[in-house]
Design a protein around this ligand. Structure first.
Ligand code: ATP
Ligand code: MG
Length: 428
């Protein structure tokens, strides 16, 4: 008998019986992208090694131990991409920087990390990824968090919670790192071997260690929240206010730092289970944060950005383990061109728009919005170009009075209606 050939360590086959779940996930990603106005981008699986050295960071686990890197026949150092953000930033700088901001992108596909294979952790795995380039506002952070929550709700994973934190900007983070160094200086020997290394190359990562002894030492360490500068504090507070207003629950985890070098400001993780449960390694389903420096660090124009990604294999496993029944819908929602647009002007109006968006989403009606826009005439011009029939305009006053202006774009007439009556009016 000849030996059978097995798959490479850390790789998995997605068998026919799981295809319905995968198809539904991709369909939902597509629906959410359409509804929230993200355009698809597909980038190569192979990138230059330097891209990740300069973005994910030399001290990150990815670069330290997980890269599938090799030298091509032509002598070039390349890698199989370990994450999406650097690739999307590279593509943005090469081809999309000239477009009007924000540029909202999504992608999905395989990633490769040379990890210790175990449940929920493979060497080839798939993610879906959403990024917003060119919007500095916490509103953009909240939009992504809302989108990812909607994803888990629609895929019928109920027992998840959201952790958020802010890891500050260049200036406040440096001060915090100095304090952390002081705190850990005489405790180094009690840390696990990885954390002993982290102390030198990436001290923030100690906070993220899952080893019990490291978590015990962490208990009394200084917290970044107390070190945030005024502008980081204000940004984080606004994000919290928006999440409260749109009724997305979250817990603040002062030790949430994320494993990559490029984050700044708010970071978030969607985890399975209940807050306070013992933090296990494979419970994070979706994760992301703001990375305002990365684009300029990779040679682009100074552009604020925020993004996040979900691990598809882990999500599929939960769906299977919990016997959740899902299958692809027979038709894709939100494919038709939007006939209506929402134009919020001012911060309060933008917050109110989240709830209105949800109403449209739940009724499967596509509505265009540019939550980053701030200029009424520019937005109306855009609506005209898109052949939008009805514009729903909400300014500061309307936001306070729970009203909205309904403008007939063809006739040029408008009237003020109650926010609650939007759907009735649109259907008329
Ligand atoms: P973790 O802390 O679990 O290693 P990470 O910080 O390395 O995650 P990200 O790079 O932020 O993860 O990726 C986002 C999501 O991608 C994770 O939350 C997880 O769902 C998934 N993911 C990451 N690494 C793997 C892997 N090796 N196998 C399967 N899924 C993965
Ligand atoms: Mg990891």
């Amino acid at each position: 008998m000849t030996n059978k050939i097995q798959k490479v360590k850390g790789m998995i086959d997605v068998l026919p019986e799981d295809q319905d779940i995968w198809t539904r996930i991709y369909q939902l990603v597509f629906e959410l992208a359409n509804f929230y106005g993200f355009s698809q981008i597909i980038t190569p699986v192979i990138e230059k090694e330097e891209l990740f050295l300069r973005s994910s960071g030399r001290g990150s686990d990815i670069v330290q131990k997980q890269m599938y890197s090799f030298t091509t026949k032509g002598g070039e150092r390349v890698v199989l991409r370990p994450e999406f953000t650097p690739s999307l930033v590279r593509a943005y700088i090469e081809s999309l920087q000239v477009k009007p901001k924000p540029v909202k992108l999504y992608t999905q596909g395989p990633l490769f990390r040379y990890e210790n294979p175990q449940k929920g952790r493979y060497r080839e795995f798939n993610q879906f990824d959403f990024e917003i380039f060119g919007d500095a506002s916490p509103i953009a952070d909240a939009l992504l968090i809302q989108l990812f929550s909607q994803f888990l709700i629609d895929i019928k994973i109920k027992n998840f919670f959201i952790e958020i934190n802010s890891i500050g900007c260049r200036s406040c983070r440096e001060k915090y790192k100095t304090e952390l160094k002081k705190y850990y200086r005489y405790k180094i020997k009690s840390l696990c071997p990885s954390c002993q290394k982290r102390y030198k190359i990436n001290i923030l990562r100690i906070l993220d260690c899952k080893e019990e002894k490291c978590q015990r030492i962490r208990q009394f360490s200084p917290q970044i929240i107390d070190f945030l500068c005024d502008s980081c504090k204000e940004h984080f507070q606004k994000l919290i206010d928006v999440l409260d207003e749109i009724e997305v629950s979250y817990v603040i985890n002062p030790y949430l730092v994320r494993g990559l070098d490029y984050y700044s400001g708010p970071v978030f993780e969607f985890k399975l289970g209940d807050p306070g449960e013992k933090d296990k390694d494979d419970l994070t389903l979706i994760a992301g944060g703001r990375f305002d420096y990365l684009i300029s660090e990779l040679g682009g124009k100074d552009t604020p950005a925020v993004g996040g990604a979900g691990g598809i294999e882990r999500i599929v496993e939960i769906i299977k383990n919990n016997n959740i029944k899902i299958s692809p819908n027979s038709t894709n929602k939100f494919l038709s061109k939007p006939k209506t647009c929402l134009i919020p002007i001012g911060e309060l109006a933008k917050i109110k728009v989240f709830k209105i968006l949800k109403v449209f989403y739940n009724k499967n009606i596509r509505v265009y919005q540019n939550i980053s826009g701030s200029n009424l005439s520019a937005e109306l011009a855009r609506a005209n170009k898109m052949k939008i029939k009805y514009a729903l305009i909400i300014g500061q006053k309307e936001a306070m009075d729970e009203k909205i202006i309904l403008r007939d774009m063809e006739k040029g007439t408008q009237k003020i209606i109650n926010q609650k009556e939007i759907l009735k009016e649109i259907k008329k």
